[in-house]
Design a protein around this ligand. Structure first.
Ligand SMILES: NC(=O)c1ccc[n+]([C@@H]2O[C@H](COP(=O)([O-])OP(=O)(O)OC[C@H]3O[C@@H](n4cnc5c(N)ncnc54)[C@H](OP(=O)(O)O)[C@@H]3O)[C@@H](O)[C@H]2O)c1
Length: 274
């Protein structure tokens, strides 16, 4: 516990930390005596969860309601927490969907927002906090990615591309920051029971799901030891098997995954929208 707080304290920032996987990270961190800054757009959940953490773990917990995709993100952050010593950044929030590249329900604005939250926000927070960690010669950064970021995944195409960004950045910085004693880990989650599982009710086989707590336990054990964690035993086994396939076949399998779990049939591209 002391080691964790020494390497990653006195404050940790969890972006998207009020619910689901993000909340499980916050619980893990608070239980080890590290204070928290939780960034989230779910105002009520954020307030309630922060109050519970303060009470349960006697840590400080600063709750900041914001949109991680907003243009003034860094300004808001530096005003609110610029003076704090942040030893751990977990960038958890992500905008996800499944369907054809051109969708009926959403258009260009939604896709640009996906870049803002899944890519720009990750870059901005990593750039901001890592510089201070490197100067102190200690710290940690966890970037949440997805199995869909491990290879171009049809019907998750743009999401998949944003999640590949997190893997590439995490793996590269793992090596660059190692001499500075700053641990970096990218986490490729499989299907995880979280706020996103509102879309998973129809999937009968629950054995392929991981709980947020189990994912966080694995991630925190892997932080400082490896650049990338494929989270979940079954997900890891599938990933190992998939590496033996030619890429064309694996890409088709990812399409199958989207169709079987979420779409019923290969969807048409909606060419009428923006
Ligand atoms: N769950 C899975 O099966 C799964 C699988 C693969 C990868 N992942 C990755 O795991 C991470 C966690 O995903 P999750 O969907 O399971 O979420 P989660 O950890 O259950 O919740 C994320 C939190 O972030 C908040 N948030 C989302 N967009 C935000 C924004 N723009 N600004 C501020 N806060 C924001 C959410 O609030 P609202 O809900 O109110 O927006 C929610 O409170 C994501 O990076 C995702 O890509 C998840």
């Amino acid at each position: 516990m002391a080691d964790f707080a020494q390497q990653y304290g006195p404050y940790a920032v969890v972006a998207g930390g009020a619910q689901g996987i993000g909340a499980a990270y916050a619980q893990y961190i608070a239980a080890r005596g590290v204070n928290l800054v939780l960034l989230d757009n779910a105002g009520d959940a954020l307030e309630q969860f922060s109050a519970a953490l303060r009470k349960q773990h006697s840590v400080k917990c600063i709750a900041i309601e914001l949109d991680l995709g907003s243009e003034n993100l860094l300004q808001v952050l530096s005003n609110a927490v610029g003076s704090l010593e942040v030893g751990l950044l977990v960038y958890n929030a992500g905008l996800a969907d499944v369907g054809p590249f051109f969708k009926k329900e959403t258009g260009l604005d939604f896709e640009l927002k996906k870049i803002a939250v899944n890519v720009s926000g990750v870059f901005l927070l990593t750039h901001y906090f890592a510089k201070r960690m490197l100067a102190r010669r200690r710290g940690g950064i966890v970037l949440m990615s997805s199995g869909a970021g491990l290879i171009g995944s049809p019907y998750y195409a743009h999401y998949s591309a944003t999640k590949a960004y997190n893997i590439a950045l995490g793996q590269a910085l793992w090596a660059e920051f190692k001499p500075y004693n700053v641990d970096v880990l990218a986490v490729a989650a499989g299907m995880t029971l979280s706020t996103a599982s509102a879309g998973f009710e129809h999937i009968e086989d629950r054995s392929q799901f991981q709980t947020p707590e189990a994912l966080v336990e694995e991630a925190m054990q892997a932080l400082g030891k490896q650049p990338l964690l494929v989270a979940g035993e079954q997900h890891r086994k599938n990933h190992e098997l998939s590496r033996q396939l030619p890429p064309e076949q694996l890409i088709e399998l990812m399409a199958q995954h989207a169709i079987e779990n979420f779409l019923q049939q290969a969807p048409e591209q909606a060419l009428d929208g923006d």
